[in-house]
Design a protein around this ligand. Structure first.
Ligand code: NAG
Ligand code: NAG
Ligand code: NAG
Ligand code: NAG
Length: 509
């Protein structure tokens, strides 16, 4: 077996070199650019943008708190997948109107469609709810992808497969949107589960989960299991589903122990990444690079997103260790798929990815590891004879995002009460009995900075280079001054010198 495997890797490399696929062991690699619609990924971290000012909003409505919470009743209350998002069914208004609501830990507004839109089947009709109260205020939210505008109101909401009871919550009734509802999604609203600081119009608008905790008296914890690991990100088949457990963690949804990392700041669920490994290889960047300008855990983002420097280092390390030198850059930047003959799964060519997180004991860390099955993601129905895959990692200009690609490997506990996030092996991240994720620790964190979230890394080399360039420029300027000023003193110096120096700068380039 081992011999066959190494032969096939060799043949694979050969076939890449010669563009031939005759050898029995070869795996034809093709980069596909056809039908695949790159926009089939969510990216719902809200941008820091506030549309309207607010006069504040005190929310003090009573409700009917209940007794005990049975977590087992909430198992499998989600549907969906990483590409189109995971959603939960809710009953909104009186009489109840049922809508599917996207679960998003990267924003803090509860918003539902309140007008027709070509990509959704139905919407919340506020006129038909006797308990809906408009506040007369407008609200707008812009996400990394898409935006919406609407009206703020209040209404009664219950979650059929959630904690018992009805709560009165802030609802943004979406009246218009752009790029927010996508073709093929089966949800009509969004449940932002992050902290008040991200709520629009401002942080005084109590987010949904804060209202749940306050009105139902459940513990300030929720946990999330997303079960799309290894399944096609764009298949039209039955969605994989998952669980959103409100009030605690359900033991049947994970194996082994829960490892906790502190929440650095309560806005997004911001965590501190200490180290990244590709295979056994430490990327060895300054740890502040990993947290530039933040590192967050966001179920509303499909991919693992990495700051540009980190992303480039990861791609380089994967290219080196995967023996696949010939990948078109289009695969890495997400514009192309890589395809193999049906049945030739490419996962064995790719390394594991590990993220080290600060442990609650700050001198220690633990690591979460995803297997290639999680980040080399099958896309079905591209071509009958090929299996095609997309790269589940992308580069980011606004921080590291642990999105669904990684979260699908783990049961993630959002322990707001103790200001920490827990990671455990997800009971559904398995394929044919083999786990698709790993957790290990504790490791010493003595080799990294005391605070990797604390601002921009110093780049000594760049500073040296920029000072050197400045010195060169100054020298050239002085020479120019001498050349211009000495021969003809009567000229208008400043104008001439400016022109000359810019000319020189262009030549140096
Ligand atoms: C791809 O997505 C874009 C933007 O959402 C849409 O306009 C276009 O029709 C889609 N194409 C296909 C083939 O689905
Ligand atoms: C809701 O209440 C019913 C009846 O008391 C109980 O059987 C059920 O487990 C409760 N569900 C939850 C999620 O607590
Ligand atoms: C934290 O970790 C350090 C280093 O591993 C260890 O020496 C120390 O005892 C730990 N502290 C606690 C409270 O567990
Ligand atoms: C690290 O720095 C960030 C940003 O300055 C700050 O919010 C955080 O509290 C610091 N953490 C520690 C443990 O000092």
């Amino acid at each position: 077996m081992a011999r066959t495997a190494s032969l096939s890797i060799w043949a694979f490399a050969l076939s890449l070199y010669f563009g031939m696929t005759k050898c029995h062991f070869s795996i034809p690699l093709r980069i596909y650019t056809g039908k695949y619609n790159i926009s089939s990924a969510l990216d719902l971290a809200p941008l820091r943008q506030v549309a309207l000012t607010s006069d504040g909003n005190g929310l003090s409505l009573a409700s009917d708190p209940t007794g005990t919470v049975n977590f087992l009743d909430m198992v499998n209350n989600l549907q969906g997948d990483s590409g189109r998002g995971y959603y939960i069914e809710m009953s909104i208004g009186t009489p109840a109107q049922k809508l599917n609501i996207l679960v998003d830990t990267g924003s803090s507004n509860f918003a539902v469609a309140a007008a027709a839109h070509p990509f959704i089947t139905h919407y919340f009709n506020t006129a038909l709810s006797s308990t809906y109260q408009s506040t007369g205020r407008n609200v707008a939210v812009r996400y990394t992808q898409g935006n919406w505008e609407g009206e703020l109101g209040l209404d009664r909401v219950s979650i059929p497969k959630g904690p018992n009871g009805t709560i009165i919550v802030n609802i943004a009734a979406i009246l218009s949107s752009e790029g927010f509802f996508l073709p093929g999604v089966n949800w009509q609203g969004i449940l932002g589960l992050a902290y008040p600081m991200l709520a629009r119009p401002d942080s005084s608008l109590e987010p949904f989960f804060n209202s749940v905790v306050q009105q139902l008296g459940i513990p300030d914890i929720f946990s999330l299991q997303m079960c799309g690991a290894g399944l096609s990100a764009s298949s039209a088949a039955d969605p994989a589903g998952g669980s959103l457990v409100m009030g605690g963690a359900e033991p049947t949804l994970y194996r082994g122990s829960v490892w906790y990392t502190p929440i650095v700041e309560e806005w997004y669920y911001q965590v501190e990444v200490l180290k990244l490994e590709v295979g056994d290889q430490n990327l060895d960047l300054d740890c502040r690079e990993y947290n530039m300008d933040k590192a967050i855990v966001d179920s509303g983002t499909t991919l693992l997103r990495l700051p540009v420097n980190v992303f480039n280092a990861v791609v380089e390390a994967i290219t080196r260790s995967s023996l696949i030198q010939d990948f078109s850059s289009g695969f890495w930047d997400g514009t192309k798929l890589a395809c193999w003959m049906k049945g030739e799964t490419p996962w064995r060519f790719f390394p594991k990815l590990s993220i080290y997180l600060r442990a609650t004991n700050s001198s220690q860390s633990f690591r979460i590891t995803i297997l290639p099955q999680l980040y080399i993601q099958p896309i079905t129905d591209v071509d009958g004879t090929l299996d095609c895959f997309r790269f589940g990692v992308s580069s980011s200009a606004n921080g590291l995002v642990i999105g669904a690609t990684v979260m699908e490997g783990f049961y993630v506990v959002f322990d707001r009460a103790q200001r920490r996030l827990g990671f455990a092996l997800s009971s559904c991240a398995v394929n044919g009995g083999a786990a698709l994720s790993e957790i290990a620790g504790p490791f010493s964190a003595a080799d990294v900075a005391a605070n990797c979230s604390g601002g921009a890394p110093k780049e000594p080399l760049l500073w040296v280079i920029s000072y050197a360039l400045m010195a060169v420029c100054a020298l050239i300027l002085i020479i120019l001054l001498l050349l211009l000023v000495l021969p003809c003193r009567r000229r208008d110096r400043s104008g001439e010198i400016t022109d000359e120096s810019s000319l020189v700068r262009h030549r140096i380039k």
